[in-house]
Design a protein around this ligand. Structure first.
Ligand code: F6P
Length: 319
């Protein structure tokens, strides 16, 4: 029986479990054995492999996180670690490895492909930082989680006539910040992709106040600036009290949205079709709204697909 393995790596993303469930169902139907590797590349190096059964995937469709757990492996970054991983795949008779993860996971997958492992890579990260695909699995849920939280924060700010600076996730990508800002009708957004001075943020906030907004809201992508300091500065310049919230892990947990569940299913269907067609070292994603696959070695060099059009619409609306 052909054995295929799957791992979830990096930060977990809602929809990973739905994808695992679909991969299991389809593998079974095609007569493949599906092996789960625990904690991403950590389990790959440590030979932590488990044959997935119906019990593993029962009732996980709507669960956030990953039943396989995720991880970031220091050892895999070394050649010796990768050699261990390769040996474990060989000793377990694994024919193809499915890697579900973000940027770092794709780099790891590419290293394995260079060593001769047959890879299918699936975009699973809330950051949406894989530029070959319009969406990564988990992004939609993370944005929805953020907007739900921001709406609540804005309610209480409004009752108290306070402004607020809210930090959202997105290690190297401003996508969560942009989509959360537009959908929550915020007044300013700060992302890595567009440089903005503190004065420019202040101008947006002052304009919002002038237009009658009682709860001016600034959304900031993580790792750009100190939100507490920005709030203090805004408070000093506008005379209005400014609070801060760092949304953190609430964005990454919870049930996947309908979009992410359906996307998880489409990713699994495409993966099994690729394996059946013996097409390897492919990355699966969405291009112009349609599922497609592309050479794995080409995906990490692509330029940012940040939605500058949406950014300028939002900017115009707040100018
Ligand atoms: O990559 C997903 C992500 O949630 C980023 O947005 C964030 O910077 C990072 O993971 C947090 O990582 P950790 O779970 O290791 O704190």
């Amino acid at each position: 029986m052909k054995k295929i393995a799957v791992l979830t790596s990096g930060g977990d993303a809602p929809g990973m479990n739905a994808c695992l469930a679909n991969l299991f169902i389809l593998s079974n139907r095609k007569g493949f054995e599906l092996i789960g590797i625990k904690e991403g590349f950590i389990g790959l190096v440590n030979n932590d492999f488990v044959t997935l059964t119906k019990e593993h995937i029962t009732n996980i469709y709507s669960l956030g996180g990953s039943i396989l757990k995720t991880g970031r492996s220091e050892e895999f970054l070394l050649e010796s670690g990768r050699q261990k991983a390769l040996n474990n795949l060989k000793n377990n008779d694994i024919d193809t490895l499915i890697v579900i993860g973000g940027n770092g996971s794709y780099r790891g997958a590419q290293k394995l492909a260079e060593l001769g492992v047959k890879i299918i890579a699936l975009p699973g990260t809330i950051d949406n930082d894989l530029n070959y695909t319009e969406k990564s699995l988990g992004f939609d849920t993370a944005v929805n989680n953020s907007v739900t939280a921001i709406d609540k924060i804005r309610d209480t700010m409004l009752s108290n006539n306070r402004g607020v600076v809210i930090e959202v996730m997105g290690r190297r990508s401003g996508d969560i910040a942009l989509f959360a800002a537009t959908a929550s009708n915020a007044d300013a957004v700060v992302v890595k992709e567009v440089s903005k001075t503190k004065n420019q943020v202040l101008e947006k906030v002052q304009l919002a106040i002038k237009r009658g907004v009682d709860n001016p809201t600034v959304i900031v992508s993580e790792n750009i600036l100190n939100v507490k300091k920005l709030a203090k500065d805004l408070e000093a310049k506008t005379g209005k009290p400014f609070k801060t919230t760092i949304l953190g892990y609430i964005q990454r947990g919870g049930n996947p949205t309908v979009f992410d569940r359906n996307y998880a299913m489409e990713l699994a269907v495409k993966t099994i079709a690729l394996i059946e067609d013996k097409k390897y070292n492919r990355a699966v994603g969405i291009d112009e709204g349609k599922m497609y696959d592309v050479d794995l070695s080409a995906v990490l060099t692509q330029k940012t697909n940040f939605n500058f059009q949406l950014y300028s619409l939002f900017d115009k609306l707040n100018s």
